[in-house]
Design a protein around this ligand. Structure first.
Ligand code: 2NL
Length: 369
């Protein structure tokens, strides 16, 4: 019993002393925490490296927060709750300050409030423009659509018949020469179409008159590339076959087209010409849009510029498709989209169309078509 009491007294004295010592230590820790908090508040970090240095010093595995937390195991039981709260608050303070520093390090200046103004409009996303040739092609299509023309498309690799034979182009016609046409080496009957007449041939093959189509598309010719010639260009051809279609219809249709395209003031003239697939044939000029007819470099001081070829469909072409040329007549025309674009927007070098220079392409922003 006595032994027990002695042991008990010792125990009480020690534990009281221990408790007093810990309370003192805790006081010091709380003071220390306040000091760390002030340090953290004053810590400036405008680079990611400094932010990381903060994290290591305060929040790292050997950081001050962890070290102070380690003291928890020595705290008397009745003090654990209160001391735990102090430590938690310290940890949260350090984390919050770390987040603030991390957010700020990416920006040039923390004090620049404008940099964080979320009401400012966003960065503009650069939108492209339609290619000038596509704009003009669409304009051409929409004018002919209003006159009742449908749009037809066909293959760019054609056979000899649809491109040449059916169009009344004789065997010895210069267009058929290897110098002018790209042939497909695997099959001498195949070639890259030299005009979109081949599409109209396919329309006449599958449809009966009345036929009223336009055929836009890319065509190929073996030319050396220069400001005035290219190995590919774009065409819109048109074909109208019905009973009683006359040259007067051709003239009025094409006159309407240029007035819609270039303006009501434009004048036209037809010059006799020759194409194997039309008879009679005519080329159409319009009054020069640059000088208004008084004479300039573009019209070579004539006041007129050529814009398309046309004519009455050759009876042989109609008969090639079983269309009775005593009952039906038709007119046809073909124009280069590059040429129309050149006249409308003063593009004087064909190579600009395929060089993809944004300084050129950007000029067509806002053109409707
Ligand atoms: C030009 C001339 C032309 C045609 C194309 C054509 C089509 C058929 C029947 C008859 Cl299916 N003709 N097309 C007619 C005359 C001229 O094009 O200088 N094009 C750039």
């Amino acid at each position: 019993m006595a032994e027990f009491s002695r042991k008990g007294v010792k125990e009480i004295i020690f534990s009281t002393l221990r408790r007093a010592v810990y309370l003192r230590i805790m006081e010091q820790i709380v003071q220390q925490i306040e000091q760390y908090k002030q340090e953290m508040q004053a810590f400036e970090a405008n680079t990611p490296d400094l932010v990381e240095a903060f994290r290591i010093k305060y929040l790292g595995t050997k950081g001050l927060v962890k070290t102070v937390m380690g003291e928890m195991k020595n705290v008397p039981v009745d003090q654990k709750k209160a001391f735990g709260q102090v430590l938690n608050e310290f940890k949260e303070f350090a984390e919050a300050r770390y987040n603030v520093l991390k957010e700020g390090a990416g920006e040039e200046s923390d004090s620049n409030a404008a940099a964080k103004d979320i009401t400012l409009p966003g960065d503009l996303f650069p939108v492209g423009t339609r290619h000038p040739l596509n704009l003009v092609r669409n304009q051409i299509i929409s004018i002919f659509r209003r006159l009742g023309f449908a749009v037809a498309e066909g293959p760019e690799i054609e056979d000899d018949w649809h491109n040449f034979g059916a169009m009344n182009l004789p065997e010895d016609h210069p267009a058929r020469d290897m110098q002018d046409t790209f042939y497909i080496s695997q099959n001498p009957d195949w070639l890259l179409r030299t005009h979109t007449s081949s599409v109209q041939a396919r329309v006449m093959e599958t449809q009966k008159p009345p036929i009223r189509v336009i055929c836009p598309g890319r065509v190929y010719r073996n030319e050396t590339i220069s400001a005035r010639a290219h190995c590919f260009f774009h065409q819109v051809e048109g074909l109208y076959i019905d009973e009683n279609v006359s040259f007067a219809d051709l003239k009025q249709t094409l006159y309407f087209f240029v007035q819609e395209m270039f303006g009501q003031h434009v004048k036209v003239r037809f010059r006799p010409s020759y194409f194997p697939f039309t008879e009679p044939s005519a080329e159409m000029d319009i009054s020069c849009q640059i000088c208004g007819g008084s004479g300039c470099n573009i019209c070579k001081h004539t006041g007129w510029v050529e814009i398309l070829g046309s004519g009455m469909v050759h009876p042989k072409v109609l008969e090639n498709f079983g269309i009775d040329s005593t009952k039906y007549t038709g007119f046809a025309f073909g124009m280069g989209v590059e040429r129309i674009t050149q006249l409308k927007y003063q593009v004087n070098d064909l190579r600009l169309y395929s060089q993809n220079d944004v300084r050129f392409l950007k000029q067509f922003t806002g053109v409707v078509g």
